[in-house]
Design a protein around this ligand. Structure first.
Ligand code: NAD
Ligand code: UD1
Length: 336
């Protein structure tokens, strides 16, 4: 399939481009480089041996984005990664988050309609479940209120896409709810390179290991979990990327609206993650215990059975693989 990939130079988008090539698809990337670098395109070429067509276009810019559709002609599907994603920042800049994430999606849906494109995969998040009443989370669990504007944009875009599909039965929508994506391409050339001090734990640990940061701060050791630290479902970005390829296959069967959790189904605590990192890299991670971070929940992990049953997809890599790959990316390619 010829696949439009918005946000295709970002962390998950770039790895998905690799997976698309591996599976014989032809990606076309649109990205405004607001949270990525153009060098990622060279690295995609180094890893895949192919250089995707790339447009530096903002998806909120209807006229600019329309030119991509005109130039590319028939495209079979779109994977919509483009969006702002920093939870903390979204509470400080809510209007920017709502504008960018909603407008880019609305412009995209409008163009899909104008150009007769029928298939969309949307990057949603486990954040749409809000504070979970129970784990593991299943796709039928209630979607209510997220704890921050970023999460609200995911809930709203899910609704917009579902309503669009209700009004047009030929539209196929796949909502993929990611749990905690970590890891990097095994080549060390593609990965997550956040600006400033990382909010998420994996880039933080990698930067401690690489000597860029001194000490990991563990946010709480008094949760009602086996070792007192927070439990999450960490999924390797290579597995996550494959999930998109599986979802494309599903869309080709004209399923209407489908929703899948993409997680491993297994919870890992902060202490277990530190231990896995130390085992994978041989580097000791110094840490201190801090108070709980506001907004964090004790446990959050997926029931990933539906994706296995309906897409034939399941995560194959483990947290140690992800730690090894994150560290490799941190020491070879990430900003020093
Ligand atoms: P990322 O920031 O690395 O990638 C997003 C890309 O979109 C960036 O390259 C950025 O430049 C681009 N972009 C942003 N706004 C744009 C616009 N208006 N027009 C064109 N390009 C634009 O993020 P990621 O981690 O790869 O996440 C990809 C998607 O998955 C996002 O929608 C994110 O919300 C979602 N998601 C991510 C996580 C995670 O932990 N990384 C978890 C759940 C969901
Ligand atoms: C966060 C977002 C979520 C987003 C996800 C992307 C919040 C409330 N949620 O999830 O919407 O989809 O990132 O991966 O921000 N931790 C530490 N020390 C650190 C950083 C984190 O101990 O320096 C702990 C946290 O308390 C948590 C776990 O590590 O138990 C994972 O945290 P993080 O990587 O930030 O992800 P989430 O908070 O699960």
């Amino acid at each position: 399939m010829k696949v439009l990939v918005t946000g295709g130079l970002g962390f998950i988008g770039s790895e998905t481009v690799i997976a698309l090539y591996k599976n014989g698809h032809e990606p076309v990337i649109v990205d405004n480089l607001s949270n990525s670098k153009i060098e990622v395109l060279d690295n995609i070429e180094k890893v895949s041996g192919k250089r995707p067509t790339f447009y530096k276009v903002d998806c909120c810019d209807y006229e600019g984005f329309k030119k991509v559709f005109e130039k590319e002609g028939k495209m079979d599907a779109v994977i919509h990664f483009a969006g702002l994603k920093a939870v903390g920042e979204s509470t400080k800049k809510p209007v920017e988050y709502y504008t960018n994430n909603l407008l880019s999606s609305l412009v995209l849906v409008r163009l899909m309609k104008e150009f007769g494109m029928k298939n969309i995969i949307f990057s949603s998040s486990a954040t749409v479940y809000g504070v979970p009443e129970r784990v593991p989370l299943v796709e039928t669990d209630p979607v209510g209120h997220a704890t921050n504007p970023y999460g609200e944009t995911k809930i709203m875009i899910e609704r917009i896409l579902q309503d669009a599909a209700k009004a047009d039965s030929s539209l196929n929508v796949c909502l993929l709810r990611y749990f905690n994506p970590i890891g990097a391409d095994p080549s060390g050339l593609l990965g997550e390179d956040p600006n400033g001090i990382p909010n998420n734990i994996m880039p933080y640990i990698s930067q401690v290991a690489a000597g860029k940061l001194k000490t990991l701060h563990v946010f709480g050791n008094d949760y009602p979990t086996p070792d007192g630290t927070g439990v999450r479902d960490y999924i390797h970005v290579v597995d996550l990327a494959e999930g998109h390829v599986a979802a494309l296959k599903k869309l080709a069967t004209n399923p209407g609206v489908v929703i899948y959790n993409l997680g491993t189904g297994k919870g890992t605590s902060v202490f277990e993650l530190i231990a896995a990192f130390e085992k994978a890299t041989g580097i000791k991670i110094p840490y201190v215990i801090d108070p709980r971070r506001p907004g964090d929940v004790a446990e959050n992990y997926a029931n990933a059975d539906k994706a296995f049953e309906e897409l034939g997809w399941k995560a194959k890599l483990n947290v140690e693989d992800a730690c090894r790959d994150s560290y490799r990316f941190q020491t070879t390619t990430a900003s020093k």
